[in-house]
Ligand binder design. Structure first.
Ligand code: BTN
Length: 246
């Protein structure tokens, strides 16, 4: 990972650039980094806030030999890698809200965006975008985010080196990914579950089509999708959604 690094002083979105480079055949492990991301993309059509030099915006291109249905595992693996990196650098304890938010003190610190390039059932590339609020001043965020977002600085009062966190994250990701390739998802699952915030809780999920399903988040499947136990006892598999509490 990181053998090929593309660094931009300013860019619209590292994710868009990574998708373009992946399309052009960029090798496994290519990392796209920037000092300033001006039109960051979030999941489900949301935007992602950045402040020049104050947060990490990176995208990675992976070329795993995986069937499509197992790719959600990579999002969970990434969340664990980031949580471990933040825990190591700051001593904060991180919780993971399925599928991909990292929260501290109930506030969102990190977002992960996983996108696929596939042909039929064959995965050509997985592009994983990671946004970490490091030294960002969340009080300048739009009103609706001010109370729900956090940065390492807002949580600890300290400034952190972006380069150090990027290096720790890439190392943490590489170590987990290598284990995952040889041992499979069983080595990631307990690390994810011990940080999971919504397991066993009553939640509402808003699907991309807009409709809402309610139930208890009863676990994750072997493919890494959320299992939602509905009031009639049936289990729905949730592949992509916004999760709300209670
Ligand atoms: C989310 O909605 O929680 C996911 C946010 C992902 C943001 C990251 S920042 C780096 C990469 N480039 C983007 O445009 N988005 C992702």
């Amino acid at each position: 990972l990181g053998q090929s690094i593309h660094f931009y002083d300013t860019i619209g979105s590292t994710q868009k650039e990574a998708l373009r480079l992946a399309d052009e055949g960029a090798v496994h492990g290519t990392v796209i980094l920037t000092n300033e991301q001006v039109s960051g993309r979030g999941r489900l059509g949301h935007s992602w806030q950045s402040q020049r030099g104050k947060n990490i915006a990176l995208s990675m291109i992976l070329r795993p030999e995986l069937p499509i249905e197992k790719t959600p595992q990579l999002t969970l693996l990434t969340a664990v890698a980031i949580a471990k990196c933040i825990e190591k650098v700051t001593n904060l304890s991180c919780g993971i809200k399925w599928p991909n938010d990292i929260l501290c003190d109930g506030k969102k610190l990190v977002g992960i965006l996983t996108e696929l390039q596939a042909e039929a059932t064959y995965v050509k590339a997985v592009v994983i975008g990671v946004g970490i609020n490091v030294n960002i001043d969340v009080s300048s965020f739009p009103a609706e985010l001010k109370t729900s977002a956090a940065s390492l600085k807002s949580l600890t009062g300290k400034n952190y080196s972006l380069a150090l966190i990027i290096q720790e994250f890439l190392e943490s990701f590489e170590a987990l990914y290598t284990r995952y390739l040889s041992e499979g998802f069983t080595c990631i699952r307990p690390l994810w579950e011990q940080r999971a915030l919504n397991l066993g809780k009553q939640i509402k999920v808003r699907q991309p089509g807009g409709w809402i399903i309610e139930g208890v988040a009863s676990g994750i499947s072997d493919e890494g999708v959320l299992l939602l136990k509905k009031s009639d006892g049936s289990i729905a598999k949730i592949y992509s959604a916004d999760v709300e509490w209670g």
